[in-house]
Design a protein around this ligand. Structure first.
Ligand code: CA
Length: 234
């Protein structure tokens, strides 16, 4: 029997935290609780979980700020993080993605939805560890083992979702991928994710790619594709 995936729940409201922990236990997860960023940091140092469920509104350091710091550190850079938000404003969700969250979930949510989201995030991480190889297109190079991406020898830093997105596109260059297809291959479980999520991450991927941004083409009415740069340029 597989070990229960460890989930660090960072939530200051005790009643909600307990409710989440109870439902996660029922769904086969092993939850641990932290009330704020300070406790969460301590918990992460003691025992790295498989996934973090991070509340947006925390006393002291905000969830968003904590997320950015976790993404800046080598030990937690690749750690799957799902943001928990009480508000459903689009701006919050987008900021969550900008900060490198793998997904977000809006309160109130059902235990089944929470479990499905966490499983999808964990599946994606396991999937990305399967095939180790270096992918190359033009001067763009992606190492699926070390997670290093470079263009013309210059290191490119990507968030976890952008990395999965780019590696999927690089495996099938020149091919047009619909948003639905990208959702199912890159996000795994498309039932809770909106099409617009793809656009947000494509935009972020282009920004990170810098001089190679034009390799990610929008095909109107169809989706996206990754192409070799035109002409003799990049
Ligand atoms: Ca809170």
């Amino acid at each position: 029997m597989e070990a229960a995936p460890k989930v660090l729940v960072v939530e200051d409201e005790a009643a909600i935290a307990e409710l989440i922990a109870t439902s996660l236990r029922h769904q086969g997860f092993a939850p641990a609780l932290a009330r704020d960023a300070v406790e969460a940091r301590r918990a992460l140092q003691a025992d790295l979980p498989d996934v973090v469920l991070l509340d947006w509104m925390l006393p002291g350091e905000s969830g968003e700020s904590f997320l950015r710091r976790l993404r800046a550190e080598p030990t937690t850079r690749e750690l799957p993080i799902v943001m928990l938000t009480a508000r459903s404003e689009e701006a919050d969700k987008l900021a969550g993605f900008e900060g490198g969250a793998d997904d977000y979930i809006t309160k109130p949510f059902s235990p089944a939805e929470l479990a499905a989201r966490l499983r999808a995030v964990l599946r994606r991480r396991q999937g990305s560890a399967v095939a180790m190889q270096v992918l190359q297109l033009g001067r763009l190079q992606l190492d699926t083992d070390t997670h290093r991406v470079s263009h013309d020898g210059q290191r490119i830093h990507l968030g976890p979702t952008e990395f999965r997105l780019l590696s999927h596109l690089m495996r099938q260059p020149e091919r047009v991928h619909s948003r639905a297809s990208l959702l199912s291959h890159v996000w795994g479980d498309q039932s809770f994710v909106e099409d617009r999520t793809v656009d947000v991450h494509i935009k972020r991927l282009r920004a990170a790619l810098g001089p190679a941004a034009s390799m990610v083409e929008t095909v109107r009415g169809a989706g996206y594709r990754l192409c070799k740069p035109h002409g003799g340029g990049a």
